[in-house]
Write a protein that binds this ligand. Structure first.
Ligand code: C2E
Ligand code: CA
Ligand code: CA
Ligand code: CA
Length: 279
């Protein structure tokens, strides 16, 4: 049977379950999405609770497919990773985020760091360091204003190679953060071997921090580890005042979440920064 919709074609046989069919359709549409300009980046502000100021933002990918509508990154990123499409898509994200950040600076806004997510596959590819160097040179963005977010799963495959890649990235001057901290399988000992600047505490721990004693303990320990290793620490997915209070009491002063801001379109982020500066 041939399923046709929009310009994406997807072939499937009878008996395929709904999930497999959906996945195949996503894959077919994803193959064309970059060329058709269907991606956009949104930017979620990161706040410092001390000063109330915005300390930077995380670039998050959005895909609007004319055929499928909005597809969440949680659904299409795994498909992009499995198919290798994450390589060209990730390259687009990196360049777009750096270009945008430089454009904000050129508007006269206070220079800010933009954090970009790297998938495991991007991280392991042998052209990453060269690519980051080129993007910085092409866009004119100073390296200190780019932060790369890496998850534990990207590192555990080959620790020594991963440490080498991180050192080369650091040598360029970019910042490195360990994303989704606490969700991986690695031992704590390895963290100290990596030149990270920041730990990001996964929202899974933050979500029920105020009523789940186990997660509260884990988040508290994670913050203490960051302090002990002299790393910055940021909690993500902060939705309530109670969560923010808890985190602050543990000396986690950087936060990202709906309590403060949703991810914003590029122009809205620029307006937000401009309005803060007028205060
Ligand atoms: P992540 O890197 O952990 O990103 C944080 C996710 O939490 C984002 O979801 C963000 O919109 C969401 N979030 C932020 N604050 C809150 C909150 O207060 N409450 C709740 N419930 N959620 C909050 P999003 O944008 O759907 O992205 C999901 C995941 O997709 C990301 O998780 C990341 O792993 C991946 N992703 C997104 N953009 C990219 C990209 O450009 N490249 C790669 N490789 N992965 C990406
Ligand atoms: Ca992230
Ligand atoms: Ca995360
Ligand atoms: Ca996550």
């Amino acid at each position: 049977a041939k399923h046709e919709g929009g310009n994406c074609f997807s072939f499937h046989s009878h008996g395929m379950d709904e999930d497999a069919r959906r996945r195949q359709l996503i894959e077919a549409c994803l193959r064309e999405a970059l060329g058709k300009g269907e991606f956009e980046l949104v930017y979620q502000p990161q706040n410092s609770l001390d000063s109330g100021s915005i300390i930077g933002c995380e670039a998050l990918l959005r895909w609007y497919s004319p055929q499928l509508g909005m597809v969440s990154p949680g659904e299409f990123i795994p498909v992009a990773e499995d198919t290798g499409l994450i390589i060209p898509i990730g390259s687009w994200v990196l360049r777009e985020a750096c270009e945008r950040n430089k454009a904000w600076q050129d508007l006269g806004l206070q220079p800010q760091r933009v954090a970009v997510n790297l998938s495991a596959r991007q991280f392991r590819g042998d052209s990453l360091v060269e690519e980051v160097r080129n993007v910085l040179a092409d866009t004119g963005l100073a390296a200190e204003f780019l932060e790369l977010e890496i998850t534990e799963s990207a590192l555990i495959h080959d620790l020594d190679a991963a440490i080498g890649t991180c050192r080369k990235l650091k040598a360029l001057g970019v910042k490195l953060s360990l994303d989704d901290f606490g969700t991986g399988y690695s031992s704590l000992a390895y963290i100290a071997r990596f030149p990270f600047d920041k730990l990001k505490i996964d929202q899974g721990f933050v979500r029920d921090i105020t009523h789940n004693p186990a997660n509260a303990a884990i988040a508290t320990a994670a913050i203490a580890i960051a302090h002990g290793l002299n790393l910055a620490v940021l909690a993500e997915g902060v939705e309530t005042e109670a969560q923010a209070l808890f985190l602050r009491s543990r000396r986690c002063h950087a936060m990202q979440g709906y309590l403060f801001h949703r991810p914003l379109a590029a122009d809205d982020y620029a307006r937000l920064l401009a309005s803060r500066e007028r205060l």
